[in-house]
Ligand binder design. Sequence first.
Ligand code: ZN
Ligand code: ZN
Length: 238
Amino acid sequence: MLIDLHNHTGWGSGDSHLDPSELIERARRWGLDGIAITEHNQVWDPEKIEALRRRHNFPVIGGAEVDTDIGHVLVFGLQGPRRWLRLPSLEELRSLVDEAGGVIIAAHPFRGLLTAASSSHPSEDEWSQLISHHRWNMVDAVEVYNGLAGSQQRGLAAELARRLDLPTTGGSDTHRFMDVATSFTIVDGELRDERDLMAAIKARRCRGGDWASEGLVDKRRKELIGATSRWAPMSSKE
Ligand SMILES: [Zn+2]
Ligand SMILES: [Zn+2]
């Protein structure tokens, strides 16, 4: 099953205008089998999630992307509706999530960390410092495939997961319809809700990927590039 674990919509993220129904229908059309909604610093009311699941007959999972003191993390398992007004430390979030039996995923762990040339190939010492500074040993999984991350960030995130012996995930980090279904998580088994997802991550039955990494047809790209090429002759005359 292919599920996108990182999506922002206009219903909960100030930086997204995407309608949740459009997100779901595009995800389905472009080949995904499920999506998670992870707004910035808030978990939706579970009734809204359930309503979308029923209306579209499509697996929809509620989570959140929380800004912690050491960076962004995706969380699943906390009861909504919930909004963080004061941003938590990773320790605070970890104890909340543990109480709920949930999971924490380090989101795009290397975004913003690649400014120094030396960080593209950290030494052993730099790896130890990075891991202890970010407390990456407190997460359950690492988002290796993020739709907004390039190959360098992805390579470092994969190396981080390998060093910590953690499962990997993928998500598009959708904010606009064009971002939908660029990255995803391959899950062994079927997911219907948050519980299924938490069980799959804890049992390591998942890995991050995209269409190229899995050798699958990228319907999204075909449709978007097809649309661009139909317009190309007109714009090239200008
Ligand atoms: Zn983020
Ligand atoms: Zn995000």
